[in-house]
Design a protein around this ligand. Structure first.
Ligand SMILES: *[C@@H]1O[C@H](CO)[C@@H](O)[C@H](O)[C@H]1NC(C)=O
Length: 241
């Protein structure tokens, strides 16, 4: 009986833990400027749905390997209506605040890195991670060996951080070839000149330098020497008997 009670207690404990585990953060982000706008649903920091106002439709940017959460029809139309409301409110705030200039923070973080381990000739994605800026958005442009690249590039919608700055991530599909140099440049309202980071395939691909070759050579030499010495003593031994 005592054992039963113990088990029951553990079981209840388990349930409490589970319910503590399923706290999720469901966030709806809305914003606008005169020329731009954003309407996005996120779950636990991941983008689930956003309105692409340029293409005129909703987008579910979740990766293909998960079950997609879909939003009901009319969500995009709702986003468009919200954009109008946002712009009206923006006009009212501007008049009320007598066009006080907005605070401007340039990006505080700019990092470029490949999504996967670099394998020469294998498709990969270069990521340009821009964070700590206000207001949104930034423009990101890419180059390969000094030439502008637009094909295979994309950028996500601005994601707000707790400190009221934004993060945006731009991606470039690429195939690493030895000697290629890439760069991503970021334009922002608070920057006089674009900020640029470069990344080159040579120093970032796994080294196939002399290391393994030398070990292999030395190993083989010692091995062959062993065989030679062994053979020598074998013959000598046979001669003696
Ligand atoms: C981003 O590019 C657009 C179009 O070229 C331009 O109108 C806008 O001023 C740029 N934004 C920034 C922050 O430089």
């Amino acid at each position: 009986m005592k054992m039963m009670k113990m088990k029951l207690l553990l079981f209840l404990c388990g349930i409490l833990w589970v319910s503590a585990d399923v706290l999720h953060e469901d966030l709806n982000i809305r914003g606008c400027s005169d020329s731009d706008g954003e309407f996005m649903y996120t779950l636990d920091g991941e983008e689930v749905w956003y309105a692409d106002f340029k293409k005129g439709k909703g987008v579910e940017p979740q990766p293909p390997f998960i079950d997609h959460m879909s939003y009901q029809e009319g969500t995009y139309e709702q986003a468009v209506a919200n954009l109008q409301i946002c712009r009206t409110n923006l006009g009212i705030s501007r008049r009320a605040m007598k066009d006080i200039p907005v605070e401007k923070d340039p990006p505080s973080g700019l990092v470029i890195y490949p999504r996967d381990d670099v394998e020469l000739g294998e498709k990969n994605i270069l990521v340009c991670h821009v964070s700590g800026f206000y207001p949104a958005p930034v423009n990101v442009s890419w180059t390969r060996n000094g030439q502008k690249v637009t094909e295979g590039t994309s950028i996500n919608v601005p994601f707000p951080s707790k400190d009221l700055t934004f993060t945006q991530i731009s991606r470039l599909n690429f195939v690493p070839q030895i000697g290629d140099i890439y760069s991503c440049s970021v334009e922002h309202l608070a920057l006089k000149e674009p900020q640029t980071r470069t990344w080159d395939v040579e120093t970032n691909s796994p080294q196939s330098g002399p290391g393994p070759a030398i070990f292999c050579g030395v190993g083989l030499t010692i091995g062959l020497l062993g065989v030679a010495v062994g053979t020598f003593f074998l013959i000598k031994g046979n001669e003696c008997s």
